[in-house]
Design a protein around this ligand. Structure first.
Ligand SMILES: [Zn+2]
Length: 54
């Protein structure tokens, strides 16, 4: 049941205290400027980010 993490993910999906954030690499588009899928977020346009604490 372990989903593969994208490079931009800080924590696994569903982790308490985490949430989705717009991918800083593609700004939510899921694609890069050259039209290729964003590897940082896996093309989803969002990443799982740890919120607070650190
Ligand atoms: Zn991205």
């Amino acid at each position: 049941m372990t989903e593969p993490l994208n490079p931009g993910d800080e924590v696994p999906p569903g982790t308490p205290g985490s949430g989705e954030d717009v991918c800083p690499a593609c700004h939510g588009s899921g694609k890069l400027a050259d039209g290729k899928p964003c590897a940082n977020c896996g093309g989803s346009g969002v990443i799982q980010e740890a919120i607070g604490g650190g």
